[in-house]
Design a protein around this ligand. Structure first.
Ligand code: ZN
Length: 275
């Protein structure tokens, strides 16, 4: 058992995203978005500016891209009582998108997840970004067939895969702080979380698709040290909505500070809403 399992690093006392000085007003930060069922938090961990930025990321991703999937799991509308309605789009006779108000649980598409190549840090030097992410749709074929018989078309809402990548970065960054403490590693992800995507292809990618699990979970996260070309890094493996055949996202969160491997860890017990 590693030290990280017996020591809590959850009271941070400075913004985990930016170099704002200690002493600013700091708020509690969910390690995994509450809307995915995450309950664990880092205390005194985000300044107001960063909180505003990260909330924009999560609200787009969770409401536009993962709304239906959350509805499948009953994760929607828990706080505000009645589930809210969402929108799906179809094409009208002139081929223009037309919005239809729906209950997200009835959406033919549950989740829209981007996938692309593995993080280029895993590849030989000189390897390049494998291009723009593709989007894969997950949902019920029966519902989609019913939908098509009624409306004849389905158009997804506005999707911004880069915000999804930023959300992965935020989850991995917070999980790593929780595991080893903010002072134990050189973090790579805060610039991505705050909008500079230049290092994203190097650090974040899809490793492979995993078979569906029944029953599934909203998320399953594994953490371990990984050695790449003789350098040690902290790796966070994130899979969302495991009841579909979804991609595993690999995120390199940083490297340990100080002497080699004082904080190295083998696989930690996976995180999921039940853990
Ligand atoms: Zn900040």
């Amino acid at each position: 058992m590693s030290a990280s399992q017996t020591v809590s690093y959850r009271h941070v006392g400075k913004c985990v995203y930016c170099p704002n000085p200690r002493g600013l007003r700091l708020t509690t930060e969910h390690i995994i978005p509450e809307k995915l069922g995450g309950k664990e938090v880092l205390y005194a961990a985000s300044c107001d500016d960063c909180r505003e930025k990260t909330q924009k990321i999560e609200s787009h991703v969770l409401s536009q891209m993962l709304d239906g999937a959350r509805a499948y799991l009953g994760l929607r509308g828990q706080k505000r009582g009645a589930p809210q309605r969402g929108h799906a789009y179809v094409r009208d006779a002139e081929n223009n998108p037309r919005a239809i108000s729906i209950d997200p649980a009835e959406a033919p598409i549950g989740a829209i997840l981007p996938h692309w190549g593995p993080p280029t840090i895993l590849m030989k030097p000189g390897a390049t970004w494998p291009g723009r992410p593709s989007l894969k749709l997950y949902g019920s074929e029966t519902k989609l067939a019913e939908w098509m018989s009624v409306y004849g078309s389905y158009v997804s809402g506005k999707l911004r895969p880069e915000l999804f990548v930023q959300m992965l970065a935020k989850i991995a960054h917070c999980c790593t702080i929780d595991a080893v403490g903010i002072d134990a590693f050189e973090p790579y992800l805060p610039p991505i979380i705050l909008g500079d995507m230049s290092t994203a292809p190097r650090l974040i990618g899809c490793h492979k698709f995993e078979p569906a699990q029944k029953p599934g979970n909203a998320y399953r996260i594994e953490q371990r040290s990984i050695e790449i070309f003789n350098v040690e890094y902290f790796l966070v493996i994130i899979r969302l909505f495991t009841y579909w055949e979804t991609p595993t996202y690999w995120v390199i969160a940083g490297h340990p500070k100080g002497p080699p491997s004082p904080r190295a860890f083998g696989p930690l017990p996976p995180r999921s809403p039940e853990s």
